[in-house]
Design a protein around this ligand. Structure first.
Ligand code: FE2
Length: 588
């Protein structure tokens, strides 16, 4: 059975294909359109998924959209009527969106793909998140929490999933509904702190490490706890349900002071800069408190050792690590794409297991479901432009790259199939030596063009992870997809300065050989040569651009920035000046 999952029209569209119960392709539209977080109908992603599997649209048994557009429409309408007359702006905006493509999704899918309407199915938004988390996790029984800004009505759901004798069950225990939302609470502070909503949330998390939670009492006034362990927002502090201008209200500004302008620098040496950092630390702390309470109660209620976490809030690695360490769950399983892009895969899997009741299959426990890299393309491009490029066997490639990294060179590393989700986990990465803070500053200045308070992440083989990072039980699993933030061991912080955040932590990727053998071999060889089997690993893109997909995009990025070496599969390319220096050295 061939099932296509689609997420679109809000943020970060994607398509995913499940064939006979197994995910065979999944990719975000932005990787083709080259528009970051592209929300348009993912035609290119769908076309690639079908091509990859050798299918035509008529071979599809079902196309599953990741949410119910009419329920979302109802939420917008009802909220606007409740807020009337204050909410006229939000109403008009919401109606325009909802009456546009969102409501006519079925017709759109039929028109674009030529499939009959009866083949188009819908899941609920949080069902898709829950399925993306549980049905991709190697767990037979788990508690499930999903949390994001908002789907149709739900903003947080709590449930459980079970696999038994080839059958799957997923049940919802309870949910929190719009306008009460942890995601929107965090996004409101994201906007207040001058960052782009839906994109800048991790900047708030990065900034939080520089502050102290001196505004925690104020933030707690915004979120009260309900008897069932959930929460409710004091809506007087928010405007997102009645306005499209700002998420925060006048009352919010009276409590926290003037907001930061989008283009104002954050100077942590000034009172104003520290105030923003303290506010970031405070909202981060309160988010953690709510999630910890909720997860602790759920661990007690279900008695299950595993918790699967989905939705955009699951990208908060600092909160994730505390959930793992403090709530009683033994494992916290966060998929590589917990946000809306992953919902395309979640929706397809949900339909396969729960709508069609197909037998369960072993979970695909890696993120490499996108297009693959062709090294011959890099060789061809290099020869056309007279750029020094060569094909190397595995051993020579690893040896050269170790030398490059030891010499302080920045390496673009493309290999195999592209990752689904926002994180580069070794197939579309930029790698560099992790020792020196100057490397971090150089990457920020010459390649990523971004704020200094955002840390870079390390990658380490699982065998060596506990030597360098303070991993609690279950920490290596949480680090599989870079979903946790852990302390760097104090004695190694100086030698890991480029990847250690100001508070002594790192968002480490813990790599198992089976998931990515070549990167594992590189780390091991680098460890033998340098005494430290750790590399800096950041996504292969420039600021404001999506992660590179094809070799040609990697090559174009390589030429436009201060990267020294580009590797695509077995092909290695150098900047011409470097190649000349290398030749001189060889003949000296
Ligand atoms: Fe979502």
């Amino acid at each position: 059975m061939n099932i296509l999952g689609v997420s679109a029209h809000y943020h970060d569209s994607a398509a995913a294909l499940v064939v006979d119960g197994v995910p065979v392709a999944a990719v975000q539209e932005e990787r083709f359109s080259r528009r970051k977080n592209d929300a348009s109908f993912p035609l290119a992603a769908i076309e690639w998924c079908l091509d990859h599997a050798g299918l035509a649209p008529e071979n599809l048994d079902a196309v599953v959209f990741y949410e119910r557009p009419l329920l979302k429409f109802e939420r917008i309408l009802t909220s606007a009527l409740r807020a009337f007359p204050k909410g006229r702006g939000a109403f008009a905006h919401g109606m325009k969106n909802a009456l546009g493509e969102k409501t006519w999704v079925r017709g759109n899918i039929c028109a674009h793909l030529g499939v009959p309407g009866r083949k188009v199915l819908f899941t609920q938004h949080h069902q898709s998140h829950a399925a993306a988390a549980f049905l991709t996790a190697p767990s037979d029984a788990a508690a499930i929490v999903t949390a994001d800004g908002v789907g149709e009505w739900a903003t947080l759901s709590v449930g459980r999933g079970e696999r038994r004798g080839g059958a799957v069950e997923m049940s919802l225990l309870r949910e929190v509904r719009y306008p009460h939302s942890l995601g929107l609470l965090y996004s409101t502070f994201t906007e207040y702190l001058g960052f782009a909503v839906n994109e800048g949330e991790y900047k708030v998390m990065g900034l939080a490490a520089y502050g102290r939670p001196t505004f925690a009492a104020e933030v707690r006034r915004l979120v009260s706890r309900t008897k069932d362990g959930a929460f409710a927002l004091d809506l007087g502090f928010f405007d997102y349900h009645v306005s499209v201008a700002h998420s925060y209200s006048r009352k919010f500004l009276e409590l926290f002071g003037p907001p930061r302008g989008r283009y104002d620098p954050i100077d942590l040496e000034t009172d104003e800069g520290r105030r923003f950092a303290d506010i970031a630390a405070s909202v981060q702390l309160v988010l953690e408190e709510v999630l910890l309470d909720l997860a602790t109660a759920l661990a007690r209620e279900t008695g299950l050792p595993d918790l699967c976490l989905g939705g955009g809030v699951a990208l908060n690695g600092v909160a994730n690590s505390r959930i793992l360490a403090e709530t009683g769950f033994e494992r916290l399983l966060v998929p590589p794409a917990p946000g809306d892009a992953g919902c395309a895969l979640g929706a397809a899997l949900y339909a396969d297991r729960l709508h069609f009741k197909n037998p369960d299959r072993e979970a695909v426990d890696h993120p490499f479901l996108g297009p693959s890299v062709d090294p011959a393309e890099l060789v061809r491009l290099g020869r056309e432009d007279d750029y020094p490029v060569e094909m190397l066997d595995e051993r020579a490639l690893i040896a050269h790259t170790v030398q490059d990294l030891q010499a302080g060179r920045i390496v673009g590393w493309m290999d195999g199939c592209m990752e689904l989700g926002p994180r580069a986990l070794g197939h579309r990465s930029i790698l560099a030596a992790p020792h020196d803070a100057a490397m971090r500053d150089r990457l920020n200045r010459d390649i990523k063009y971004r704020e200094e308070f955002r840390p870079f992440a390390p990658v380490v083989p699982i065998e060596a992870a506990a030597d360098y990072f303070e991993l609690p039980p279950g920490g290596a699993r949480l680090g599989r997809y870079m979903s946790g933030v852990f302390k760097v061991k104090a004695k190694h912080r100086k030698r890991l300065a480029a990847v250690t955040h100001v508070d002594g932590t790192a968002r480490v990727q813990v790599l198992e050989r089976a998931m990515e053998p070549r990167l594992h071999a590189l780390l091991t060889a680098y460890g033998r040569a340098s005494g430290l089997p750790v590399l800096l690993n950041t996504s292969f893109n420039l600021a404001g651009e999506p992660i590179v997909n094809k070799v040609a995009e990697g090559y174009s990025t390589f030429r436009r920035c201060g990267m020294d070496v580009l590797v695509a599969g077995g092909a290695r390319m150098l900047k011409p000046a470097l190649a000349t220096a290398e030749l001189k050295e060889a003949y000296a």
